[in-house]
Design a protein around this ligand. Structure first.
Ligand SMILES: Nc1nc2c(ncn2[C@@H]2O[C@H](COP(=O)(O)OP(=O)(O)OP(=O)(O)O)[C@@H](O)[C@H]2O)c(=O)[nH]1
Ligand SMILES: [Mg+2]
Ligand SMILES: [Zn+2]
Length: 408
């Protein structure tokens, strides 16, 4: 049932005046939107203080979710499938795509909240135009729903960058060769999934290349091991240069309770299991460039024809082929979000308590640590350290914890 949301608190927001900004003013769609924006802004806001050249303050009414008060009965709902500059493409829940801009008042509020609309956001939007045939549609996003889950990382300015909103699963995609496994990166993603309320699933792709796969160094790469050594000289992480086979590594994650799916797009290994896991879910795929995220989606959903490309011959790194996150419908039910490969996944705002909670195998031991605020690094009477020494906790995972601890 449509309802008008109750009146809430008033806030002052900075308004940038679009027309003063340089831009592609020949774009008729944008010009039309801006005129519509100004009209709607007058409607949604109460007072104008100063008419400065670049910005002016206005009072905006926000509801309990810190979003503008809107009349839902007048609006459509949908999900953002892709963003491109100021345009967001919204799927209106019937599979029809609407290119939308964001209402200026909402954009100003989002800027103030250091946020922006992103793929997976649920939105209310108004129809600006729709051709008689229904082929040409334009809308304006009026409100963004509070996010249920997020896949976020820390950007270069040390702020939260939400890559995808409202997915329910994170498919961490790794490849056993070309590029080789980076187990520490998987550990990072597991923490990000916990933080963002996503169920993690780990996909080990390119199993057809297993024979060529090098053994996996305990932490991931030489640089990781150096940084561990510099933290301490005598604890078990000394052994961090030891190696594991791919099979051992998969077993290690399985023993921790994580769902692991070995796959190959080349010989079809695991694709049925992957399909079952994705059915009726909204799953975001993330991982290094070249591991085969787009190839996997192409394999389970024919017809999408996402661009893929061979990894570089000299350094076995991907070529960053997928350039933006995009949500796709699956014919067998559910959605997937393909995302660009990442080089490094910096965690966003993790407290030490959240970090230890992400190492599930530590949890039975933590209550036995002598100190309540034990960081499990060098404290006397640390039950986690004792468990590592007794081989009850993997040295590789413990070394990963130390590396992450040094960052948070
Ligand atoms: N041998 C083998 N090659 C694969 C497999 N899956 C993908 N590839 C190849 O790996 C290369 C990279 O695949 P993509 O799907 O573009 O990788 P991606 O993860 O989407 O990469 P970005 O978009 O750059 O992040 C392509 O040449 C694929 O054909 C697999 O299971 N086995
Ligand atoms: Mg890709
Ligand atoms: Zn401890």
């Amino acid at each position: 049932m449509a309802k008008k949301r109750g009146r809430g608190r008033k806030v002052r927001v900075d308004f940038r005046r679009n027309r003063e900004q340089p831009g592609r003013q020949d774009d008729w769609t944008r010009r039309y939107h801006e005129d519509q924006d100004t009209l709607a802004d007058e409607r949604l806001t109460e007072s104008v203080r100063a008419k400065g050249a670049l910005s002016r303050k206005r009072t905006v009414i926000l509801d309990a979710d810190d979003a503008p008060v809107i009349d839902e009965s007048q609006l459509k709902t949908g999900t953002i499938t892709r963003t491109h500059g100021l345009i967001s493409f919204v799927d209106d829940d019937t599979g029809r795509a609407w290119p939308c801009t964001v209402r200026r008042v909402l954009r100003s509020i989002l800027i103030q909240q250091r946020s922006s609309v992103t793929v997976g956001d649920r939105v209310w939007f108004s129809v600006v135009s729709e051709s008689d045939t229904g082929d040409e549609r334009v809308g304006v996003i009026e409100r963004v729903a509070a996010r249920k889950t997020t896949l976020s990382r820390r950007d270069r300015r040390k702020r939260e960058h939400t890559l995808v909103a409202n997915a329910d699963q994170l498919l961490i995609v790794a490849s056993v060769a070309e590029p080789g496994l980076k187990p520490h990166l998987i550990d990072r993603y597991l923490i990000a999934a916990l933080k963002g309320a996503l169920r993690p699933v780990i996909c080990f792709n390119k199993m057809d290349l297993l024979e060529d796969a090098p053994a996996v160094r305990q932490v991931g790469d030489a640089k990781d091991n150096r940084s561990l050594k510099s933290q301490s000289d005598s604890t078990p992480q000394e052994d961090a240069t030891a190696t594991l086979s791919v099979g051992d590594l998969i077993q290690e994650f399985r023993d921790l309770g994580y769902c692991c799916i070995p796959t190959s797009v080349v010989d079809g290994t695991g694709l049925d299991a992957l399909t079952d896991r994705l059915r009726a879910h909204i799953t975001v795929l993330s991982g290094q460039s070249g591991v085969g995220k787009s190839s996997l989606i192409n394999a389970i959903q024919p017809g999408l024809d996402l661009r893929v490309a061979a990894v570089s011959a000299e350094n076995e790194k991907g070529r960053h082929i997928t350039s933006h996150a995009q949500l796709h419908r699956l014919d067998f039910g559910g959605f997937v979000v393909d995302t660009p490969g990442i080089r490094q996944f910096d965690l966003w705002s993790i407290a030490p308590g959240e970090l230890e909670a992400g190492f599930v195998e530590f949890l039975p031991y933590i209550p036995n640590c002598r100190f309540g605020d034990c960081s499990h690094r060098h404290e006397q009477g640390c039950a986690v350290l004792a468990a590592v020494e007794a081989d009850a906790i993997s040295v590789r995972r413990y070394a990963s914890y130390l590396k992450l601890f040094s960052e948070v």
